[in-house]
Design a protein around this ligand. Structure first.
Ligand code: ADP
Ligand code: MG
Length: 545
């Protein structure tokens, strides 16, 4: 037998879960069913859809022993899996979550974090997990038992019997929660949260009667008109492993040369692992209803990695290896078609509900702009269409490039921008004084990614994108402002000033010049055309370290 402590954070998280996240206790059923369904999906993939006996999820109620038992015949877990998966919160954002919790105890923040398996401890004071992992040679199958009271770590040991493949979770229900051990209650919970599950969920009541509680058809196969908002939302929670509701749902069936169904969601909040180094997309790929993988950069580009959901194709062979997906022509076509659909839905949203779109952009704009950094990206123009920016003219409002173009002054033929870390500082920058003075709007780009894509994208709809730090003197043709400034030239004084600046700064600057672009500030830094911006240089230096 081996005894384990929970990893350091779990104790804290468990406490939170039990006492504050889930005011709605029912959801422990949803989480356990969701895991059982994932496990069945994984096994179906291994058996290429030829499983000997039907995959199913079973719930048993035992009032006398105060137990609810949930079992599946999915892939199962071995000793290592049990320690790894049930001893750590299987979520890369855990550390971040704890940090956020320290700074902000807002309920909404907590609600974004799904804790999955641990929700069992909302209603149970003891949880035992029996699991037998699938191995090719049945004779090598072993059963392990994981147990915990949710407070003092957990124990794992080999079980004296060998149970059939899959996992059984035995919850001993707290006396004050024993109302849950009731078939009407369970039936209601399943129909509310788990009807979308594609495997039959069978309930055996106290008297040994069995009934199937869910529809058992994969949700995405059903016609849109027959799916309720609640069903869509529950499916989102299942695929995203997140307890909130989606911001946008895109359910689409494509028929013809290419055949696939997609049910995609855009989350309302930023997932915690959005900037995780792997930048992986997490859309699940199914082939003819069989789950294949959720490691799907090949089907969803990494600049859309916040998208959750599933894609189910009829055109791919079931035995395609995960590694070969990215070289498959059909996969590439599906990817292109999905990207096009998503970007066009986003564009529609801008037209229909600007405020809603603004919220979305503040969450995910930074990620989408990563797409612009890729040189050969086909959909660059489509991405630029939806990009929104702060500008020198608006306070909190963000605008798209078309609005910028519509607001250009007479004679202006370029889109001007300035990059930097902080919007307030950018607004006060001497670099844009003369632009403001002339009524010319300047885009203020504050995201680190802006320094990168702006190197790759030079124009939008025939308007050059130009950094104001590369501008001097005449900004628009026949600029009379510049001439007015020139009248006061005093050659001798200018030379004197330049000399004393150069003496003091010596080789820290390349040159000192009289600027024609300042209005009220005495001086500003200037960067020659073609050179890196100061911030870009800083970012690159930081990465070297
Ligand atoms: P998540 O589902 O978000 O990964 P959970 O806490 O719900 O997080 O589950 C943690 C992990 O434990 C799962 O990712 C899975 O690997 C494993 N797991 C949980 N329940 C089962 C099950 N019934 N069968 C097989 N593996 C399971
Ligand atoms: Mg889960």
């Amino acid at each position: 037998m081996s005894k384990h402590q929970f990893n350091a954070e779990i104790g804290k998280v468990l406490n939170l879960v039990i006492h504050s996240i889930y005011t709605n206790k029912d959801i422990f059923i949803r989480e356990l069913i969701s895991n059982a369904s994932d496990a069945c999906d994984k096994f179906r993939y291994l058996s290429l859809g030829n499983e000997e006996s039907p995959l199913e999820i079973k719930i048993k109620l035992d009032k006398n022993a105060s137990k609810i038992i949930i079992s599946d015949n999915g892939i199962g877990m071995n000793e290592e899996d049990l320690v790894e998966n049930l001893g750590n919160i299987a979520y890369s954002g855990t550390q971040k979550f704890i940090e956020q919790m320290k700074n902000n105890t807002g309920h909404q923040q907590i609600g974004q974090f799904g804790v999955g398996f641990y929700s069992s401890f909302i209603v149970a004071n003891n949880v035992i997990v029996y699991s037998t992992k699938y191995v090719e040679n049945k004779e090598d199958q072993k059963t392990f038992v994981w147990s915990s009271d949710g407070e003092n770590g957990f124990e794992v040991q080999e079980y004296e019997h060998i149970l059939p493949r899959g996992t059984t979770i035995e919850l001993t229900i707290k006396p004050e929660e024993c109302d849950f051990i009731d078939k009407y209650r369970i039936r209601h919970i399943i129909s509310t949260y788990s009807d979308h599950i594609a495997f039959p969920i069978k309930l055996t009541d106290e008297n040994g009667n069995e009934e199937i509680l869910n529809t058992g058809t994969a949700l995405w196969i059903r016609p849109k008109s027959e799916i309720s908002e609640n069903e869509y939302n529950e499916f989102y929670r299942h695929v995203s492993h997140s307890p909130d509701t989606p911001w946008m749902t895109i359910h689409n069936k494509i028929e013809g040369v290419l055949e696939y169904t997609s049910l995609l969601y855009i989350p309302k909040n930023k997932p915690f692992d959005l900037f995780h180094q792997d930048r992986k997309s997490r859309v699940k790929l199914y082939i003819k209803r069989v789950f294949i993988t959720d490691d799907t950069v090949s089907i969803m580009p990494s600049y859309l990695r916040f998208i959750r959901g599933i894609v189910d194709s009829n055109d791919l062979p079931l035995n395609i290896s995960r590694e070969n997906l990215q070289y498959n022509n059909t996969v590439n076509k599906i990817k292109k078609s999905l990207v096009k659909k998503i970007l066009s839905e986003l564009k529609k949203k801008i037209e229909n509900d600007t405020i809603e779109f603004t919220n979305f952009w503040k969450n995910f704009g930074e990620v989408i702009k990563e797409g612009l950094c890729e040189n050969a990206l086909e959909e660059k123009e489509q991405i630029l269409d939806i990009c929104h920016f702060y500008t020198s003219k608006s306070e909190d409002e963000i605008i798209n490039l078309q609005t910028y173009i519509d607001r250009m002054v007479d004679g202006q033929d370029k889109i001007y921008y300035l990059t930097g870390y902080d919007i307030d500082n950018l607004r006060k920058s001497p670099q844009i004084e003369s632009f403001i003075n002339r009524g010319i709007e300047v885009l203020l780009l504050k995201d680190p990614v802006d320094d990168f894509w702006i190197q790759v994208v030079n124009q939008y709809k025939n308007y050059e994108l130009k950094n104001v730090i590369h501008c001097d003197g005449s900004i628009i043709d026949n600029d009379t402002e510049v001439d007015k400034l020139k009248n006061k030239d005093d050659k001798l004084l200018e030379e004197k000033i330049i000399k004393s600046f150069k003496d003091i700064l010596s080789n820290r600057v390349k040159d000192v010049r009289i600027s024609k672009k300042l209005i009220s500030s005495p001086s500003c830094l200037s960067v020659p055309e073609g050179s890196m911006s100061g911030r870009m240089e800083k970012i690159l230096l930081e990465q070297k370290q």
